[in-house]
Design a protein around this ligand. Structure first.
Ligand code: BGC
Length: 749
């Protein structure tokens, strides 16, 4: 009896519970489904939208800035979009995670300066870049960011482009393979990834209105592939539409690219942001093109978009579509559920610093090593002169521009973390006498006043240097060089010469630095040059006068240590060029950097006349002699390539043996190119379709494998308007760089 009544009361309780649950669920399912994390992002986004007014929806479609050109709430250091308190929509906080973290424009927020894309590409190490990107993502989350305004997947069309350092390469395949790692790493760690600037954004002059005319084949084969890979393979949930026009249409109004290609062909499910300030130029055409969010203010969306719906110029369903993409993405990424948290301690943790060191160690490229001058021998008492402006940060130089490019791609790093190369060299040069002379100013003269205002703690020598003219600095350097046994010249540029908004003026070193090299090499024959910058340098005036050249693209905060380790042989250099080094920039296709007038004034377009022949594709076609070809880089050891095997099938399997035949352990970046022997359209002499960084102990051999699917053999057919593989013969080429093919086999498709 007792048991029965107990069971009865259990039944009652269960009944009551189920009623509570039923109504509870109805509450969630009926009214607040979007709050239920168990529902799909699609259901949640639709449910939330059904509760929003038109004004509330439109408010989701623009940035936090209060007037045109204002980059968000600068004071609060926030870029982003507004939340909605009534409905519990969180603020979307945007930052840059390209080199490290840049939180809005808040210089007080610092992070690990991990790398610059071009420095990462010089490692050709996708696994390392993936790990480094995870670290950047974790720091972004710790610093409160949900969306990365990056990374930059534009192609380096010409080395004067001010943001070349923010890009990976002149080659679409290398750019795509690196870029996709970044996207995956970011999104797996809580940060929406926003590759930019979509698309054909290749220089800074007239950046807000330039019209780039290019054929579809060039778009498909050169400028779009990295974005496509980021979306199709990486699942990128955001894209930033560029300022420029493509074939007459502003990218923020370009329905063909933003909707037909991006969404309908590639299956993009996220939302598009405009580039900031001047990206959007209209209300209705922008909304109809599929451009979701106007950054950084509500000049063209906001009230104007509400009015356009109310007066029937545009259907509310269009606005709904734009809002849905954003909310869907935020649900998918768990932002409503506040899924992602990182402890602040992750910022500049030892593990992240170690990663930065790994990047810098693998990024340096040995370009010249006459008579094996490098690595330098450690000889007691030897007098070593370190000369040059990139050897030591200026007194108060805009610190985040030292050893980094300028503009939004850069991060605000911890000053103390970026050591002066001269100090790192002195640490390793045990028993040697190390002296430093600046030799030349690096910052633009005009900027120096501003720079002094931002001064860190000046050291007396630096302050004195700043007041000298270049002649004095060069004279002092010559005196030092004369009495030294060995000179290391650390030259190059910084963010004050190459930056967002500012193209480089010349591919040569600044004139004062060329003079410095000339004068120093007159008095000392043992000179090694270390170049630091974000793109190609024309070295013709001085390269024959020096024995050794090491090239560093910006590659993170440990560049100084890595440089010293390479110079003294503690690390075997293994980076390779992600761009070509012709003998001079006159070898680039004419017009590939546009210096003409503004499009809107005179309607003069920038014509991409070289079509698909960008970078080494062009130089190969024109049989131009290279100083150092694409993919080039020396090592302190030597490698042997042998036993190429190619197995045909649906997937072509390629394998070969790589052996370290020298005395030092080292890494080789082996490259695979394809040459279509006969084709109905002009095709490049060779195109990169695979690469692998392989570590080999002295004497060790490894088998290296690649798989090639049809994509590797295809071209974009302008007549079929599709990717096409033409039957016939293809050379499979394996080599150490694009002009040093070691093994070839021809196959028939
Ligand atoms: C740049 C973008 C950047 C944005 C926000 C624009 O001027 O072109 O790359 O993300 O500003 O700083």
């Amino acid at each position: 009896m007792k048991i029965r009544s107990l069971s009865k009361s259990i039944t009652n309780v269960a009944f009551l519970c189920s009623i509570v649950l039923f109504f509870g669920c109805r509450q969630i399912n009926g009214q607040n489904k979007y709050k239920n994390a168990k529902e799909t992002p699609e259901v949640r986004a639709k449910d939330l939208m059904s509760k929003m007014t038109l004004e509330e929806k439109v408010a989701q479609l623009s940035g936090l800035g209060n007037s045109h050109g204002v980059f968000g709430d600068v004071k609060a250091g926030i870029f982003g979009t507004k939340g909605n308190e009534r409905l519990g929509i969180p603020t979307l906080v945007m930052g840059h995670g390209i080199t490290g973290v840049r939180s809005g424009r808040d210089v007080a927020v610092k992070s690990t300066y991990m790398l610059a894309p071009i420095g990462a590409a010089a490692t050709w190490d996708t696994d390392l870049y993936a790990r480094a990107s995870v670290a950047i993502a974790k720091e972004m989350v710790a610093l409160g960011q949900n969306l990365n305004l990056g990374t930059t997947l534009n192609i380096i069309r010409h080395p004067l482009g001010g943001r070349g350092w923010e890009c990976f390469s002149e080659d679409p395949y290398l750019t795509a393979r690196m870029g996709v790692e970044h996207v995956k790493a970011m999104q797996a760690n809580g940060v929406i990834s926003g590759p930019k600037h979509f698309v054909a954004n290749n220089q800074e002059l007239h950046r807000h209105d330039i019209n780039n005319e290019l054929e579809e084949r060039a778009l498909r084969e050169i400028y779009l592939p990295a974005f496509k890979t980021a979306v199709v393979e990486g699942g990128a949930l955001n894209i930033m539409a560029a300022y420029n026009r493509v074939n007459g249409t502003f990218m923020c109004e370009n329905k063909w690219l933003l909707t037909d290609v991006l969404r309908d062909e590639w299956g993009f499910k996220g939302f598009v942001l405009s580039d900031f300030g001047k990206g959007v130029q209209s209300t209705v055409p922008t909304a109809l093109s599929g451009m979701n969010i106007e950054m950084s203010s509500a000049k063209w969306y906001g009230a104007k978009l509400v009015a356009a719906v109310n007066n029937g110029e545009i259907k509310e369903a269009v606005v709904d579509g734009l809002v849905y993409d954003k909310l869907f993405t935020m649900f998918k990424m768990g932002l409503f559920d506040h899924k992602w948290k990182e402890n602040k301690e992750v910022v500049h943790s030892q593990a992240h610093q170690d990663l930065a060191l790994e990047v810098a160690r693998k990024s340096g490229i040995l370009l010249k090593n006459k008579n094996n001058v490098l690595p330098l021998a450690l000889e007691k008492g030897k007098k070593l002169a370190v000369i040059g402006p990139n050897g030591k940060r200026y007194v108060g130089g805009v610190y985040s521009e030292f050893l980094q490019g300028g503009g939004s791609g850069g991060c605000y790093y911890f000053e103390d973390a970026v050591k002066n190369p001269v100090d790192e060299i002195a640490k390793l040069a045990k028993g040697m006498q190390v002296s430093y002379a600046r030799g030349a100013h690096i910052e633009l003269k005009k900027k120096q006043k501003k720079i002094e205002a931002k001064t860190l703690i000046p050291d007396a020598q630096d302050l004195a240097d700043l007041k000298k003219n270049d002649k004095q600095l060069i004279d002092e350097a010559v005196v030092l060089a004369k009495k030294s046994d060995q000179v290391i010249l650390i030259v190059g540029i910084t963010g004050s010469q190459e930056s967002e908004g500012r193209d480089r003026k010349s591919t040569r070193l600044p004139a004062n630095q060329e003079r410095l090299i000339k004068e120093v090499t007159k008095v000392n024959k043992n000179v090694v040059v270390v170049m630091v910058g974000g793109s190609y340098f024309d070295a013709s005036p001085w390269i024959d006068k020096v024995d050794g050249v090491v090239n560093y693209f910006y590659c993170g905060e440990k560049i100084g240590q890595a440089m010293a380790e390479v110079l003294f042989g503690k690390v075997n250099p293994s980076g390779k060029l992600p761009i070509s080094y012709p003998k001079s920039d006159s070898q680039y296709p004419k017009g590939s950097i546009f210096k003409g007038g503004k499009y809107s004034d005179k309607k003069i377009s920038n014509v991409y006349a070289e079509g698909i022949f960008v970078g080494y594709r062009y130089f190969d076609k024109e049989k131009e002699e290279m100083r150092f070809p694409f993919g080039y880089g020396l090592s302190y050891t030597s490698f042997e390539y042998s036993k190429l095997k190619v197995k045909k099938g649906k997937v072509v399997e390629v394998s070969f043996t790589l052996k370290n035949t020298g005395k030092m352990d080292g890494d080789e970046v082996a490259q695979l190119y394809i040459h279509d022997k006969e084709s109905s359209v002009p095709r490049p002499i060779r195109e990169l379709k695979g690469f692998k960084r392989v570590s080999l102990k002295s004497g060790e051999s490894k088998e290296v494998r690649f798989e090639l699917n049809d994509d590797a053999f295809a071209f974009w057919s302008p007549t079929k308007k599709d990717w096409t593989v033409e039957l016939g013969e293809f050379d499979i080429e394996v080599g150490a760089n694009s002009r040093d093919i070691k093994l070839t086999e021809t196959i028939k498709k």
